[in-house]
Design a protein around this ligand. Structure first.
Ligand code: DNO
Length: 360
């Protein structure tokens, strides 16, 4: 595996490449062209400039998170082919610049959903959290307003203010889209992009829906083992793979994370590894918050997750995921430097121990 850190680019991230370069074991980043509007094609020069900047800091680009998919593709409108053509152009340019892993999601309207961005934990750190009661009590149009004050002045992925201004229209667009249609539209998209992925050996890694169930009545399909196996079978090409995100699949406690990893052998192209702490596991009053990466700080057995990745021979990029806000840092919620660096060091430690205990 290759340990990486997510980096949003020098104009958007509070964390610098120089800082990332000093985290032990991190030699590459996962990044994006954060300011290219969803649906527009990525130009080769833009990718080249990003690459040059990363390489000048002594790091490399291990993959992209994300090349976002336009809602017209997810809904399957008459304009989808135009947007897919642009997507293909972006992939082609990434391939020419020797970038071979692309993370994306197929979530309608909202990307990940949390109801608090700065819940205080007993140790004084703040974390992102979700309660079912808060979701049930809010209308979707107010979702962004309810959390924007906690974004520390940053633009959070999937919650861009321009998009959030149109939430009502977006909901209208998805009115007739149920799970089956969303699956069909995903299949259509994947079938069209697979030739370019094959040509340039680009591994597509779909990110799960977070949380892993329908929110506000919108269909969400990348939520459990059955659905991801279906998705991989419907376009059966090794370039059609997944981002295994423990914190997203793990929101549904029915998902057995190590078992899911084992069943996805050869198709996990990217891993996000983080821990959650469940305060209430009752569906109606579900309440979870993001913990430190360490197993004992949350609900998941991180050793078992890393061991499952080891057992399937996972050799792709991996990253610590959302971190707590600690030591007075002000950054994009979930994406500060300190706790993610601790997460990377911890995951590297688990990996070293697993490798050594197997080579004896
Ligand atoms: C949240 C992230 C997601 C993820 C996208 C991938 O912190 O895990 O926003 O990047 O869903 O397209």
């Amino acid at each position: 595996m290759e340990m990486t850190l997510r980096w949003y680019g020098s104009r958007f991230d509070t964390v610098t490449l120089e800082q990332i370069r000093q985290i032990p074991g991190v030699r590459s980043v996962i990044t994006t062209l954060y300011d290219v509007p969803v649906g527009e094609a990525w130009k080769r020069e833009q990718i080249r400039a990003l690459k040059d900047e990363v390489e000048a800091a002594g790091l490399s680009i291990a993959g992209i998170e994300s090349v976002n998919v336009h809602d017209d593709i997810k809904v399957g409108t008459g304009r989808r082919d135009e947007y897919i053509d642009n997507y293909i152009e972006s992939l082609e340019n990434l391939g020419k610049e020797d970038i071979h892993m692309v993370c994306y999601n197929f979530m309608p309207v909202f990307d990940w959903t949390r109801t608090e961005l700065a819940r205080k934990r007993a140790d004084g750190s703040t974390v992102l959290a979700y309660t079912q009661k808060a979701v049930d009590a809010i209308v979707p149009e107010k979702m962004f307003d309810s959390i924007k004050g906690e974004m520390n002045g940053t633009v959070m992925p999937g919650w861009e203010p321009e998009r959030m201004e149109h939430v009502k229209e977006l909901f209208e667009m998805y009115r007739d889209v149920d799970e089956e249609r969303l699956f069909d539209n995903l299949k259509y998209f994947l079938e069209r992009i697979m030739p370019v992925c094959n040509k340039y050996d680009i591994r597509m890694a779909i990110h799960p829906d977070d949380p892993a169930w329908s929110v506000f009545g919108l269909p969400r399909i990348i939520i459990n083992k059955e659905n991801i196996l279906r998705m991989m079978k419907m376009v059966d090409d090794p370039h059609n793979g997944v981002t295994f995100c423990s914190g997203s699949y793990g929101t549904n406690l029915q998902n057995d994370l190590p078992d899911m990893i084992r069943s996805l052998k050869g198709r996990i192209h990217f891993a996000h590894v983080r821990n959650l702490s469940f305060i209430s596991k009752e569906p109606g009053s579900l309440d979870f918050e993001e913990a430190a990466h360490l197993s004992s700080d949350g609900t998941f057995d991180m050793y078992e997750i890393m061991k499952a990745l080891y057992d399937i021979g996972f050799d792709g990029p991996i990253r610590p995921d959302h971190g707590r806000m600690i030591w007075g840092e002000k950054a994009m919620p979930g994406y500060g430097l300190y706790d993610r660096a601790l997460g990377a060091a911890y995951l590297n430690g688990l990996w070293e121990a697993i490798c050594k205990s197997h080579s004896k």
